[in-house]
Design a protein around this ligand. Structure first.
Ligand SMILES: [Fe+2]
Length: 539
């Protein structure tokens, strides 16, 4: 019978895995997985203890029950260095558990990522008496839904607890894991202040980091609708997305998408050991996740703006009181939002004078719901189920502007701008449209001048208007002004815009994912952002 499949942490088939089935302490079958990871064995139906081993992966034993109708999903974890803290967001004084996967002794230390990387403290060396005992295992099945459950088994010794306490100073912290061999992996830790200190709150887009995290084989971009029944062997040849023209993973109704757990390592947030904030952002995912948001924080510190850092989760769960702040900053790619988050920001800006710098694009365009603090679901339907057309197209007045509008409100009613695919994945400078506006004070820029050609983003090089870009929304509040526009193809350049509210609130939208990557290297992008921030702070 086909008992099941063996796959790795990317949900790719693993062949030639030696698999032993035991029942009541007796070995009853030893087989090998096929190239497609399939495990065939002549077995009576029922419960078994199954042991799996394969070179390059951690061996493990699991208890399972055979089911001819539903092949079992055995999951192996490759030998590498990975880690995450849980929770990934805390307030100063609260503690997180660090969960590291290593097959060699490793050293762990805490760093703060501001304009410089500051070494905060060493946690120590980790090794174990047991061979490879710092190696973690993953659960079987679709653990992108449930989390990797590291440190869950065999971590009961009270002298070997693995906790780290949130430092006094708020900020973006990283844990550095360094193996004896020189292997290096870094993972972020968002530390909010115990109580508000600065006038500026910066919010990290940790929901977006999770939506794009494909660890375990699923994200909101790969298999958002759930894992296929059998693991692929070759992604290009086996996955529907590469085999079917017009394929969209966003064609299912919103209640169809299984959860995505935060309790997974985030490979896309890794920052290489030697990288400094003014270096180019290496990597495709890094260019729009935590490493890109670090550039915003580095710039704030270089320019002398004090800030308190929060996670989006803090705002959702009521741990960020916007009324204690003058200015809120979100940057890079804050695509996903919960309804309470959206409503809190909007009422603060529109009714209570809050000022919001939106230094990114494709913001708040899709609703997410939390099932608990560690699990979310994306309401990501964008296309008709029969694939006959898109439900979302900001350029078509007959369509919704965004997924957010389909379920709650248009994101443009808060941001003034909204995203579409025009000019997608390109980069370009902006052209000045309103040179006399205060945002351009001190820049010397005149109408038609270009600025923002420099950028640290290597995924979509070419300028501060890039990667994904927003244009002024049909639902933009009255008085929304267009200040500059990117020169990207298809007339798809970012529309830099701002508006003010009768309550004294204001929003500035850079409308581009690559804007923060230009802050540290383009003097005009820096000056414009500083002008907005100073004015919004009332300085
Ligand atoms: Fe996106």
């Amino acid at each position: 019978m086909l008992v099941g499949y063996v796959s790795d942490e990317r949900y790719l088939a693993v062949g030639d895995v030696l698999v032993e089935f035991e029942r009541e302490g007796e070995s009853v079958a030893v087989v090998r997985s096929t190239p497609r990871g399939a495990v065939y064995a002549d077995l009576e139906p029922g419960p078994y203890r199954v042991s799996l081993c394969c070179s390059g992966y951690g061996a493990k034993s699991v208890e399972m029950v055979t089911d001819a109708a539903q092949p079992y999903q055995f999951r192996l974890l490759s030998d590498c260095l990975l880690g995450y803290v849980w929770p990934k967001w805390v307030r100063s004084g609260e503690r997180s558990e660090f969960r590291v996967h290593a097959v060699e002794p490793y050293h762990l230390s805490v760093w703060r990522y501001g304009y410089r990387k500051e070494h905060v403290r060493d946690i120590g060396w980790f090794d174990e008496h047991g061979p490879r005992a710092t190696m973690q295992v993953t659960p079987d099945g679709d653990y992108a839904q449930t989390g990797v459950e590291w440190n869950k088994r065999g971590y009961d010794n009270p002298h070997h607890t693995q906790f780290v306490t949130g430092p006094e100073r708020s900020g973006l912290y990283y844990l550095h894991a360094k193996g004896e061999s020189g292997a290096f992996f870094s993972f972020p830790w968002i530390v909010a202040p115990a109580a508000p200190r600065a006038k500026i709150a910066v919010i990290c887009s940790n929901i977006n980091w999770n939506a794009y995290n494909n660890f375990g084989g699923r994200s909101n971009y790969i298999h958002p609708e759930g894992l296929p029944a059998a693991p692929p062997l070759n992604a290009r040849l086996d996955l529907e997305r590469y085999q079917k023209t017009g394929f969209s993973g966003f064609r299912y109704p919103n209640d169809h998408y299984p959860p995505i757990s935060f309790e997974r390592p985030e490979i896309g947030c890794h920052v290489p050991e030697q990288t400094q904030v003014t270096d180019p952002i290496a990597g495709r995912q890094a260019s729009h996740l935590a490493p890109a948001e670090w550039r915003t924080l580095g710039w704030l510190e270089r320019e002398g703006f004090e800030y308190d850092l929060y996670a989006e989760s803090h705002l959702h769960f009521g741990q960020l009181d916007l009324d204690r702040y003058r200015v809120l900053i979100a940057s890079v790619h804050p695509e996903y939002v919960t309804v309470p988050m959206f409503d809190r920001i909007k009422s603060w800006v529109h009714e209570r004078g809050g000022r919001f710098l939106y230094l990114g694009a494709n913001g708040y365009s899709c609703e997410v719901e939390f099932l608990d603090a560690g699990t979310m679901r994306c309401k990501t339907q964008m296309m008709k189920e029969d694939e006959t057309g898109y439900l979302v197209d900001p350029t078509d007045p007959a369509c919704y502007e965004s997924r957010m509008q389909m379920v709650h409100e248009p994101d443009g009613s808060l941001l003034g701008v909204t995203c579409s695919a025009l000019g997608l994945m390109t980069g370009a400078p902006y052209r000045v449209i309103k040179p006399d506006h205060w945002v351009f004070a001190g820049t010397g820029l005149r109408e038609g001048d270009l600025f923002g050609a420099a950028s640290l983003q290597e995924r979509c090089p070419g300028g501060a208007s890039g990667h994904e870009m927003d244009r002024i929304s049909r639902y933009a509040p009255p008085g929304t002004e267009l200040l500059a526009k990117g020169l990207n193809p298809e007339n798809g350049g970012a529309e830099m815009a701002c508006y003010e509210t009768p309550s004294g609130g204001a929003v500035f939208a850079a409308s581009s994912i690559t804007w923060p990557a230009a802050l540290l290297v383009d003097p005009h992008v820096s000056r414009i952002t500083a002008n907005v921030l100073s004015r919004y702070l009332g300085e």
